[in-house]
Design a protein around this ligand. Structure first.
Ligand SMILES: *[C@@H]1O[C@H](CO)[C@@H](O)[C@H](O)[C@H]1NC(C)=O
Length: 222
């Protein structure tokens, strides 16, 4: 073997080692299904949650009802997210997927947030939405936006900060699929200004290049 092919092999094996680290989505299921239950009664332990004994599975374990109605949006941001994930649809356990319905009032928004464990694909069922995400620092924090009409879809890549804003004259409703049974949500304003306990205002004042008084005002709001 020449030096060249040896170093090629070395690079290949390094890549093979690095690959599992780079893939951070949910792992593939190890069996047909693993209905999440909170106690070991009638269950077997597979990962994170106990799995219900597959022989005891029923159609109801894979079923959720309640996405047909608009949710109230009379809150500070003018939207309401209804999540269907492993916590209310236990059959999703280990399957790497979940769902949300989002209702937006006129001028309502789903404020900037990220999902630490999922890519999201959104389809607009009703209304007009201005949507966007920002790429990471290494990519130059580029903003990608689009105005969606009924039937349009948009994807928010895993971990990136994104938002939706209802720019239409009527309420809007969207559905989105997320590539995790439990995507998690980090709403930027709530996380940064509403942490418990609060982050030292001097830290945030320097980080955001604002007066500490402005920071404390923001912290009071969240
Ligand atoms: C969203 O709708 C639910 C169900 O009607 C309601 O209980 C909840 O308070 C609403 N959330 C917000 C943030 O308005």
């Amino acid at each position: 073997m020449t030096m060249k092919s040896l170093s090629f092999l070395a690079v290949l094996s390094l890549l093979a080692l690095a690959l599992p680290l780079a893939i951070s989505s949910d792992p593939s299921p190890l069996q047909d299904f693993c209905i999440g239950v909170n106690t070991p009664a009638n269950g077997v332990f597979v990962n994170g949650k106990f799995c219900k004994d597959p022989k005891l599975a029923t159609a109801d374990d894979f079923f959720f009802s309640g996405l047909q109605n608009a949710r109230p949006v009379a809150n500070a941001v003018g939207s309401n997210v209804t999540a269907v994930n492993v916590n209310n649809l236990p059959g999703l356990n280990t399957l790497g997927i979940s769902l949300v319905r989002i209702d937006y009032g006129v001028q309502g928004q789903n404020p900037p947030h990220t999902h630490p464990r999922a890519t999201e694909i959104l389809v607009l069922q009703e209304g007009t939405l201005f949507v966007g995400f920002v790429s990471s620092n290494g990519d130059g924090n580029r903003l990608f936006t689009k105005t969606l009409k009924q039937g349009d879809a948009f994807v928010f890549p895993e971990g990136l900060i994104h938002f939706q804003f209802n720019v239409g004259r009527s309420p809007a409703v969207a559905f989105a699929a997320l590539s995790s049974q439990n995507p998690g949500v980090v709403t930027i304003a709530n996380t940064v200004f509403g942490s418990n306990p609060p982050i030292n205002p001097n830290v945030l004042a320097r980080a955001f290049q604002l007066d500490a008084k402005v920071i404390m005002d923001l912290q009071n709001k969240f």
